[in-house]
Design a protein around this ligand. Structure first.
Ligand code: GLA
Length: 403
């Protein structure tokens, strides 16, 4: 049973009638452009065919009531009460303690989106429904952005305001930053809001302009597949390491007298490199070269050049490993194994790092042997069984059924 059916059936069982509305929002995988979004730079993610499904109907009052099939819990809240909730600080502590980012207290994401929409001046109507999802939690595939954007879609439909993908992404990011208390950039929400089937999206994280680029074919004209390799390692304290990287990037930008590292060219960087403290130099080098790699990767995709895209992915991993220092041993091992396989154009860690997933671009005809080889060799070297997902580039948050 697919998840659309699952939330439809569960809704019908709960409310005694078919759902008038089903919405869906996807998780994502980033092909290249890592730790660039909060430097106003470029990212190249795609929405994946895994996400959050929500079946719902409007209510006549200001209550929101959602049953999560996955958590086996029902969250109920009053839209009028959100303005008087405790400040984000307390939730931030909860988030750090309970790793709220991906697990537990899921209802805060719905409340946070409602709060941000209301703060932006939208008049919201209550609704009730059922939700489920299949983005692995805590793996770095943005189950939280999927939840936020599915929630935004639900409110947009029942409250009747226009859907502006970039605005919904910004408000969802605000919910995560200010309500949940996680200091993420804009990438995850932007791609969950505006993904396009068959394509990755080059996103300018300053202007929020997007350009869709197709997955490149292999040289022999066959297709290529995006394969997600979950190391199954998770690192606690990700938030503090992430915030530390952000701060180091800000320090580097201040040195160059610009608002963000996006504004430093490679020649400016090279001219000053010797004057920078070694750590700042490495962090800045990653961001500045990653922006260039990302723009080149988008061009390679437009030129149907899978080999160049793969090479840029490999270079990105090296930079994240050596200069930005956000990989762990498991990520380095799985990426090395992936890169060595026949039919693999390139592989790199993806997402925030410190654990979680890598992404590989693989010749379509070699996917099955690639999956087996990576699984076996990774298990031999680490004693862990990876989870591997072959993903389709998919559409962003959408209404998928309306009666
Ligand atoms: C996490 C954040 C994103 C981005 C990536 C790193 O996924 O949520 O905003 O910063 O890390 O590229």
């Amino acid at each position: 049973m697919d998840l659309h059916q699952k939330v439809t059936i569960a809704f019908t069982e709960t409310f005694g009638t078919a759902p008038p509305l089903v919405v869906q929002a996807p998780g994502r995988v980033n092909l290249i452009g890592e730790h660039t979004d909060y430097n106003d730079g470029f990212v190249l993610p795609m929405a994946i065919d895994r996400g959050i499904w929500l079946s719902l109907r409007p209510r006549d009052d200001d209550q929101v009531s959602v049953h999560s099939l996955d958590f086996g819990e029902t969250a109920v809240f009053d839209l009028n009460a959100l303005a008087t909730q405790p400040p984000a600080g307390s939730r931030q502590k909860q988030a750090q303690n309970a790793n709220l980012r991906e697990v537990g207290v899921w209802a805060e994401y719905l409340k946070g989106v409602a709060w941000a929409l209301q703060e932006a001046g939208h008049t919201l109507r209550g609704w009730e429904g059922v939700m489920t999802g299949n983005v692995p939690k805590g793996a770095g595939l943005s189950s939280s952005a999927a939840l936020e954007l599915a929630t935004a879609r639900a409110f947009q439909q029942v409250s009747g305001f226009a859907w502006d993908a970039a605005q919904m992404a910004k408000l969802s990011q605000r919910a995560e930053n200010k309500w949940v208390g996680v200091n993420c950039g804009i990438m995850d929400q932007m791609i969950s809001a505006s993904g396009q089937a068959g394509h990755a999206l080059l996103i300018d994280c300053r202007s929020l302009e997007t350009q869709s680029v197709p997955l490149p074919p292999a040289l022999d004209g066959s297709g290529t597949a995006v394969v997600i390799l979950d190391t199954t390692t998770r690192r606690g304290l990700v938030d503090s390491a992430y915030n530390e990287r952000r701060q180091q990037c800000e320090e580097a930008a201040t040195y160059f007298g610009v608002s963000a590292l996006r504004d430093v060219s490679i020649s400016q960087f090279l001219a000053e490199a010797d004057n920078l403290a070694p750590l700042t130099r490495r962090r800045a080098k990653h961001v500045i070269t990653e922006n260039l790699r990302t723009l080149n990767a988008a061009k390679a995709m437009q030129n149907a050049d899978a080999a160049l895209l793969g090479q840029l992915m490999n270079e990105s991993h090296t930079s994240l490993r050596d200069d930005f220092e956000v990989t762990n041993e498991a990520l380095n091992i799985i990426v090395d194994i992936a890169q060595a396989q026949d039919g693999c154009f390139g592989a790199r860690m993806t997402g925030a790092g410190f654990g979680g997933c890598a992404v590989a671009l693989v010749h379509e005809a070699k996917v099955a042997s690639f999956v087996t080889a990576v699984s076996d060799q990774y298990h031999q070297q680490t004693n862990r069984s990876p989870k591997i997902y072959v993903c389709q580039p998919s559409d962003g948050a959408a209404v998928i059924a309306q009666n």
